[in-house]
Design a protein around this ligand. Sequence first.
Ligand SMILES: Nc1ncnc2c1ncn2[C@@H]1O[C@H](COP(=O)(O)OP(=O)(O)O)[C@@H](O)[C@H]1O
Ligand SMILES: [Mg+2]
Length: 257
Amino acid sequence: MIHTESLAMTYPGGVTALTPTSVRFERGAVTVLLGPSGAGKSTLLHCLNRLRAPTAGRVVADGVGPLEDAAAIRRHRRRTAMIFQQHQLLPRVSVLRNTLIGRLGHHGFWRSTLPLPAGERRLALDSLERVGLLDKALVRADQLSGGQQQRVGIARALTQQAELVLADEPVASLDPGASRQVLSLLRDVCTERGLTAVISLHQVEYTREFADRVIALADGGVVFDGPPSALDDDVLCRVYGPGAVADLRRDAAGAAA
Ligand SMILES: Nc1ncnc2c1ncn2[C@@H]1O[C@H](COP(=O)(O)OP(=O)(O)O)[C@@H](O)[C@H]1O
Ligand SMILES: [Mg+2]
């Protein structure tokens, strides 16, 4: 569906955030990018959506081609949804309007200022129903809880009719109950609609619960690529460094509580 070829990123100032990385993301799978802060997860996600241009290598999206020219980037973004940690909604605007922002790439900003066709409204309402927020459609986005706001982010991706969902620490600011609700919803809609998802997380527990595949990053390089069942202490030592496994066990016990 999308792959990278020796993708690398060095920021101005000299920080190497990603060493040459070649990975392929298959249609319909939920891949979790696991790693500590600074490992390069956000950088990889941003390169996959071309929010950042890599300093070497490239990203190739099936059916669109290498993401180097503006037309290819536009086509790619139209079918790619981003979900961020927070602050992705317009706070003073209704949940329905926020959901309809998913349609922007399909008809441009000028069109979205006009009354929207009934079909688009229907699509947005159906998406809100799927994430359990139909009754909040006319409420201002800033009236919602953090978990509900992330579910609006998922509804927006559904309204966009995205094929690829890139989520950058979507549950980092949520409590464990809301985190599990958001991640299981994300996994379920991806399964139902055959969407490809790449989700960055720093919690090992959630990764084990929700990933089909795990790519673990440390210091800008892939140190593990496999199923969550193979995520053992040895791998975690490579990801988080020696000594961190006991801390992770304690955190996991906290997350399960
Ligand atoms: N805009 C930037 N300018 C300079 N360095 C950056 C920038 N963004 C990230 N970095 C650095 O790149 C490395 C990887 O960061 P990032 O991709 O954000 O990792 P993660 O999402 O796993 O926390 C870190 O060392 C970080 O400090
Ligand atoms: Mg990050």
